[in-house]
Design a protein around this ligand. Structure first.
Ligand code: PLP
Length: 403
């Protein structure tokens, strides 16, 4: 699969690129799909909406089956649209319905800022106060991760006040993965709605969204999904809400497809996740996602996860064997509690951490830096090699030995 990607170069050789958790590499097929749209636009203009297998009118449906496979959903439960934070707001418009008795949202402390801004602003929008109604669960384990026991206790303690539990599939800073089905069950048992942010989970973990029973989920496609900067995002709405009469922010592309072009004044939603679409989609933005999903379909998540467990396990083993004096692994070591990313804290503090990070980059080994003191290294099973991992370890050793 590595041959299907364009690998950035450093000093005439492939970079060791470990930043697929931030921006995945470009699949070779992306350009072809984008050019196909440009060519169709040039040759056919408005007729492009109606002609050929990749007609724009139904373009979002070209990715639907693959997306459903990827996240363990039924096709009616998924749609590619907008961007992650927009989808999170649209989902909360429908699924966060606070009352005086039950106004609160539970998230993890240290959540990705956009998620925190989204939930805090939704709480305020409904006239409630984030100071009391945004509950942020602190890490309870020594390495800065959150135990399942702590999640259980928080949901039980705040249960009657919880309108929504919003949880990450993989926490972006620590790399911790969670038992999502258990979290959905606990939230529902307290009468709360449950949603997932799968920005770091999709294309990384084997997901079973339908079976988890979660009400909604959102994710982006530019990280492990390799669909390009600002790529069109994904959204899941559980089948039991397919014909929901919950309030929603509506737009014409969410209107029933068969009657959309009668241009009537009455909104009749398409059943399922597609009913939350607003606008006709950016076709050029969706084109690279097709290329990416073709690769995921070829490889299959079970095989990718199997390689991911091995290559991340290899990285962890080498760090423990050879770099225990230099790097502390923040991410849980049980494979079921993480995806491919390891978050590493450099012994000696922030300045030393920055120095190592910059040394690695200047030697063609690219991780990413998260304030205050974490280097994230994410071997992506689609294109990273064991040799990349070894190169990271050897380059770090060389830096350490320089003093
Ligand atoms: C990457 C990421 C985002 C980014 O949001 P966009 O709307 O795509 O800019 C949001 N939340 C989490 C948890 C992320 O990891």
């Amino acid at each position: 699969m590595r041959a299907q990607f364009l690998i950035p170069q450093h000093d005439g050789a492939d970079q060791a690129y470990f930043v697929g958790n931030s921006l995945g590499l470009q699949p070779r097929g992306a350009r072809r799909h984008v050019e196909e749209v440009l060519d169709k636009w040039a040759a056919e203009a408005v007729e492009g909406h109606f002609t050929g297998d990749a007609q724009w009118m139904a373009y979002h449906q070209l990715v639907r089956e693959s997306l459903a496979r990827l996240v363990g959903a039924k096709p009616i439960e998924v749609v590619a649209m907008n961007t992650l934070t927009v989808n999170l707001h649209l989902m909360m418009v429908s699924f966060y319905r606070p009352t005086r008795e039950r106004p609160a949202i539970l998230i993890e402390a240290g959540a990705f800022p956009s998620d925190r801004h989204a939930v805090a602003s939704q709480i305020g929008f409904h006239g409630f106060d984030p100071a009391t109604d945004l509950i942020e669960l602190e890490a309870d384990e020594a390495d800065g991760t959150i135990s399942m026991g702590a999640i259980e206790r928080a949901i039980a303690e705040h249960g009657p006040r919880l309108a929504l539990v919003l949880w990450p599939g993989v926490q972006y800073r620590t790399g911790q993965a969670f038992d999502l089905a258990a979290i959905a069950r606990l939230a529902h048992a307290q009468g709360a709605v449950c949603g997932f942010d799968l920005a770091h989970g999709v294309g990384n973990l084997e997901l079973a969204l339908h079976d988890s029973g979660v009400d909604f989920a959102v994710w982006c496609h530019y990280k492990y999904l390799n669909s390009g900067p600002g790529a069109v995002a994904g959204c899941f709405v559980h089948e039991r809400h397919a014909s929901s009469d919950r309030p929603r922010f509506a737009g014409w592309w969410g209107h029933e497809a068969d009657t959309r072009f009668r241009m009537g004044p009455q909104f009749v939603p398409t059943p399922g996740a597609e009913g939350w679409q607003l606008s006709n989609p950016p076709i050029l933005g969706l084109a690279p996602l097709r290329a990416s999903l073709e690769l995921y379909d070829q490889a299959g998540m079970p095989a990718l996860r199997a390689k991911s467990l091995q290559i991340t396990g290899y990285l962890e083993a080498l760090i423990r064997l050879r770099l225990a004096d230099t790097l502390q692994v923040v991410t849980p070591s049980q494979p079921e509690r993480r995806g491919c990313q390891l978050s590493l804290r450099v012994v000696g503090g922030r300045e030393r951490g920055r120095a190592l990070f910059e040394y690695l980059a200047s030697n063609g080994v690219l991780g990413d830096w998260r304030e205050p003191d974490v280097i994230r290294i994410s071997p992506a099973p689609l294109y990273n090699r064991y040799a990349d991992v070894l190169r990271f370890v050897r380059t770090t050793e060389a830096w350490r030995d320089l003093g």
